[in-house]
Design a protein around this ligand. Sequence first.
Ligand SMILES: [Ca+2]
Length: 207
Amino acid sequence: MKIGLYGSYFVAALMLTACATTPAPAPAPAPGPTPPTSAGDFDDYLVALADRESSGDPSIENPYGYLGLYQMGEMALDDAHWYEETSPDTLTNDWIGAWIGDAPSYSVVSKDTFLGNITGQYAAINSYYDRIWGYIQYYDLHDYEGDVINGIEITRSGLLAGSHLTGIGTLKTYLETDGDSVSVDGFGTSIEEYLTLFANYDTPYTP
Ligand SMILES: [Ca+2]
């Protein structure tokens, strides 16, 4: 009887001890913003860009003289250090100029040899984006990454695409006016379309 009583105390003490040392269940993770899913790597970006710009046709020249997969004009190829205009008409893509820099090493010596040259166009667009990124850094436009303007989250690849469409100056104005000044290209395509369509791709660039 006594043993049984002490035994009951002993079991009760064990249970108390057990209760005291049982770890509390881990708290549920605090809710918070989930990081955006990558839309792809930078080559995926360039494939998507070529699809939007030229339907993936490297030989296309549009009515304004923009060339190939990525629809590069004289100014873009000048920025890529592939082309130097000699014509006094800087407002139109008349392609009166010299193919310089890495262009000859890709057998690109004329508009016609650039058109259809996928390898050369790929090299040129990468050089161009290196330059765009330099402009974005120069103006500190990457500071806008993560901001939401007119419902659009600003991402690094979106900034690159926006500048590609209408130029670094209009991108800068768009950001600085908090989206009040929305630029469009010659076909009426809005910079906001490019900021959205090309958001969240990985890029080779870091601030
Ligand atoms: Ca020109």
